[in-house]
Ligand binder design. Sequence first.
Ligand code: DG2
Length: 259
Amino acid sequence: MPYTLVLLRHGESTWNALNLFTGWVDVPLSDKGRAEATRGGELLREKKITPDILHTSLLKRAIVTANLALEAANLDWIPVRRDWRLNERHYGALQGLDKKATRDKYGDEQFMLWRRSYDMPPPNIDPAAKYSQTREPRYVGDPVPLAECLKDVVARFLPYWHDHIVPDLQSGKTVLVAAHGNSLRALVKHLDGISDHDIAALNIPTGIPLVYELDEDLKPLVKGGTYLDPVAAEASIHAVANQGNGPVAGLTKLAETRV
Ligand code: DG2
């Protein structure tokens, strides 16, 4: 029997709608995002995929998405574990900035390096800045980053994967992970063995369950997994890639500079 893992990026947030870098800023879902989350749960029910346990970040856009999806699937009651290691990538000093204005100011190449390079973090946030999380009570005892690149997210996500998610899968549970664009990119990179270079081109759509069947070595039976609504996923992936209005040229340039 393969293991079943369901990944769900939160529905559109109010800051996704405004095109702002979000990171660890705890913003709510937009009305569209709430509808996407409910639709995600309906898809789970329609496809008869029944999570036994939920893992989420500490951010309300992932938490509320999971709640809405589980309500739609009539699974509100399943156990849940939340951890900062599933949080979005900390976007450092970019948090709260407009993506298009940032691209216009710094240029396509720098913008895409900050958004999609594997190992170049954005500038550190000032711990005293408005959108810093340094003093938030929910992170007491945890290391609060000042900025992270995707490599940093992989490094802090994988211990949680091995210590908490893998044991749930190995005990036969269907596991739902509700998280974020970049924390899920980190996990997909690991699952599919995507190179540091190629991960730049991967974007995760909002609110559409992505199902992985994994063999006993935790290798995907289908590389890339299966979106429960592939048509909507394609449109949403395109929208995510286009945030800031310069993705195609930017990604090509990034790919060329990283070869
Ligand atoms: C977005 C991802 O995170 O942005 O932090 O702005 O998934 O929590 O909405 P999410 C953010 P990009 O890396 O796609 O620009």
